[in-house]
Write a protein that binds this ligand. Sequence first.
Ligand code: AMP
Ligand code: ZN
Length: 490
Amino acid sequence: MQNKLLIYNTLSRSKEKFTPITPGMVGLYVCGPTVYSDVHLGNCRTFISFDLIYRYLLFLGLKVRYVRNITDAGHLEGDRDEGEDKFAKKAKLEQLEPMEIVQKYTLGFHDVMREFNALPPSIEPTATGHICEQIEMIKMIIDKGYAYVKNGTVYFDVEKYNTEFSYGQLTNRKLDELLEGTRELSGQDEKKGRLDFALWIQSKPETLMKWPSPWGWGFPGWHIECSAMSSKYLGDTFDIHGGGMDLQATHHTNEIAQSQACNHKAPVNYWMHTNMLTVNGVRMSKSAGNGFLPGELFTGAHPLLEKGYSPMAVRFFMMQTHYRSTLDFSNEALQASEKGYARLMTSIKTLEHLKIGPTSTSNIAALEQKCFEAMNDDFNAPILVANLFEGARIINSVNDGKETITAEDLKRLQKIMHHFVFDVLGLKSEQSNSLTDKALQGVMEVILEIRKEVKAKKDFAASDKLRDDLNKIHIVIKDTKDGASWSIQE
Ligand code: AMP
Ligand code: ZN
């Protein structure tokens, strides 16, 4: 199955067969959060999409080194080369040290990822922990002639770079077009070219986070951290680099330029970009003010929310849209996902006590094949979910006695449901539910035992009343030759 995986590569704008550089191993880098405030649900969508991708690569038996950084320095307001440092601004507002801001929001980010059952990356490097590596890389870019120093700030020379390489490959734009879209330089600008960007920025006396460098005290630009950290942990050319689509045009374009200027080779074989979470068609962002925090979503404490939704219902909601399509938030969609998630979980429970028959009326091997095909087709989780619902339908049919399944196929169906629902989609049964479920299971065993006793005493009125009363609260009792069983009817 490994050699059948297709990945949509932003570089070629097409699905390509995935061939890792080293057979059996994958180097995966994903741009992590800028930890100056709480992550909103949009940020979570990107990280949950990559969690699905990471999980499927692992599921295929590949050994994955997953690096996801923490941006804790160098990210200026408006993603530009001038303006206030995001951490320093927040530190002043909250009257904290910048590193207290970093610590607070890093911990918050980890908590949220845990709630969504996202696996931690293999390495989570920070920009502040890799200042030396960034300085070394900037020195190399200057030595190779693609950067220049102006008053203690180092700029990448985009036009010079473009004479040998092609800048803007990721968005398929030529330099002339890109230049047209940028503002004219003013007399005060230090930059030589309009598209030039800072690799190192000279600090001001009031700058809180600064480090010594060959060019004086300052701090790194935002783009250089990902080039320096990805090459340190994954090599000069690695397999997959990911991030949200909004990072394509500048951040990732500049990462390619920096790495290529250093090593004269493309840093990444497959560029993957996830699409945005929107609210009423508008991208969720801190600046648009339409960002729900995951906590608000779980409790329902937000004017746009009709109620709270559990982390797994939200994760399932995200899995029902392909990662390259936009996902629009709505209460209706979330409520539908809540039901769908519950249906899937109930069917997995029913699977535990399904009875076997002499033949299988459904083709379970074909179902398994379709699950793999969906995920091999650029991680198509919504198609996978449709197949898992088909699995749930078969389970319910067998449970109702309308279909039969052999012992071998039952084992296979159990494997499919467990592997794809838990390991690949990363869903789990919710903690509170599982406690309640255990209690319900116990209560039902007691009731069925009582019913058995009254039936033995030929008190059929009492046994029918028990069955009918349970039916009213959607618990269906079925009498078979092996005894009674129960299920919840949705
Ligand atoms: P930031 O913390 O702003 O650096 O963003 C972290 C990640 O979240 C980046 O990969 C962004 O592309 C991604 N992101 C930001 N907004 C959204 C959104 N509305 N939907 C999906 N991903 C987003
Ligand atoms: Zn990055």
